[in-house]
Design a protein around this ligand. Structure first.
Ligand SMILES: NC(=O)C1=CN([C@@H]2O[C@H](COP(=O)(O)OP(=O)(O)OC[C@H]3O[C@@H](n4cnc5c(N)ncnc54)[C@H](O)[C@@H]3O)[C@@H](O)[C@H]2O)C=CC1
Ligand SMILES: O=C(O)C(=O)Cc1ccc(O)cc1
Length: 365
């Protein structure tokens, strides 16, 4: 059955959803955004069927509306929707990284034609805007749904059917459970990553050479500090109660850790690190989920012209596509390490074998 789907906010997430849902001929997709350039990009690249900057016109014939603007803007749009005269019933969902404030806004809806179901596709990127949108962004990722009092199981199934083209895995959670868990594994790590970067920046005043020593570990743990600051401020604001509890807990943990360092508690420190390693190693890291991870191969390469191209060409010759390629360490004139990420375990192991057969040193961690 043909469905008219409106995506309000055609940025990284809205654009990726649109691209995923365009896979079905049953979906007629309208893009709404306040930014003309995003809409033009979407039109030129066939990401949606139609675009508009006028919200009432966008939702006129909608069966499903997905709010994909920044959290505070999506909350406002819920209020706007409530005031609009609607011709027919519609499912309204969102993609916001925090669910309690969205569901709170939805609970004030009085328009009987609206069935609200909160949503959060748990995958993203440090980039923003529609030009970074990818059809496969949510493949195998967890997609949390938080039904409100204004939804039914049948409507949840309808929404899942439409969203199935994103190829994500649906999980139903309460808003509070969602905000607590994402607080721990997604939001709080962003705060810490930013604070580590600040610490390094301050120490650079003492040691100007310091940035040159910022190798793989520092870059890995602070990668997420390069994300969209306005979006993360909005997330921290809406999840501020959980953030405050987590910060309090973290401060205590750091004080305990300082005790281990100051008093040279060797065995306690080893145990602390062992326990962390054990838990980290046991995370479901080979599937894309709330912690995105891929099948990686580390390759030692020489610092010489064409070194990366040779590795890429070798894999291309064997029809293996690389999901991501990153230079982890490159010391001038010596060697470096490339991290190649693949979509499957099979591609990972084949690549490693082909590379080794061609004289490269590879490691799979
Ligand atoms: N970036 C990420 O990794 C993830 C973000 N999210 C959530 O997705 C939402 C959007 O984030 P992104 O797509 O990353 O941001 P983005 O900055 O790439 O896109 C936001 C879009 O919303 C538009 N917009 C702003 N105010 C609007 C309004 N009043 N009406 C219509 N459009 C409006 C902007 O022009 C922009 O095109 C946020 O609520 C965020 O919490 C969820 C999962 C992952
Ligand atoms: O895993 C992370 O924390 C990311 O950086 C990607 C991301 C960002 C925001 C979300 O709401 C969900 C996923």
């Amino acid at each position: 059955m043909k469905q008219t789907i409106v995506i309000a906010g055609l940025g990284l997430i809205g654009g990726s959803l649109a691209k995923g849902m365009m896979r079905s001929e049953d979906n007629y997709i309208i893009g709404y955004d306040v930014n003309q350039d995003s809409l033009e990009f979407a039109r030129l690249n066939g990401i949606v069927h139609r675009t508009t900057t006028f919200f009432p016109e966008a939702i006129e014939d909608a069966d499903i509306v997905i709010l994909a603007a920044p959290i505070s803007e999506s909350i406002q749009l819920i209020g706007v929707l409530n005031e609009l005269p609607l011709k027919k019933e519609m499912i309204v969902s969102d993609v916001a990284s925090v669910k309690s404030s969205i569901i709170k806004a939805a609970s004030t809806l009085t328009n009987e034609k609206i069935c609200f179901i909160g949503g959060h596709p748990m995958a993203g990127s440090h980039k923003r805007g529609i030009s970074a949108a990818k059809a496969h962004l949510f493949e195998n990722a967890i997609y949390v749904l938080t039904p409100s009092i204004r939804s039914t199981d049948k409507k949840v199934e309808t929404l899942k059917n439409v969203l199935q083209y994103t190829k994500s895995k649906f999980v139903i959670l309460s808003p509070d459970e969602h905000d607590e868990m994402t607080g721990v594994v997604s939001h709080f790590p962003h705060l810490i990553a930013s604070s580590l970067v600040h610490q390094a920046r301050k120490w650079e005043d003492t040691h100007t050479f310091l940035p040159n020593l910022a190798a793989g570990g520092f870059r890995d743990i602070t990668r997420i500090a390069s994300s969209n600051p306005e979006m993360w401020q909005d997330i921290f604001y809406h999840n501020r109660e959980k953030m405050s509890v987590l910060l309090e807990e973290w401060i205590h943990e750091m004080i305990d850790l300082k005790g281990l360092v100051d008093n040279n508690k060797k065995n306690d420190m080893i145990l602390y690190l062992k326990n962390a390693k054990h838990y980290r190693d046991g995370l479901p890291s080979k599937e894309k989920g709330s912690i995105a991870s891929f099948y990686d191969v580390y390759v030692d390469i020489k610092d010489q012209t064409g070194a990366i191209a040779s590795v890429a060409q070798l894999l291309a010759d064997h029809h293996i596509s690389i999901k991501n390629i990153e230079i982890l360490e490159m010391r001038e004139g010596i060697t470096g390490v490339l991290r190649l990420s693949f979509y499957s375990k099979e591609a990972q192991s084949k690549s490693s074998t082909f590379l080794q057969d061609n004289g490269y040193d590879t490691t799979i961690l």
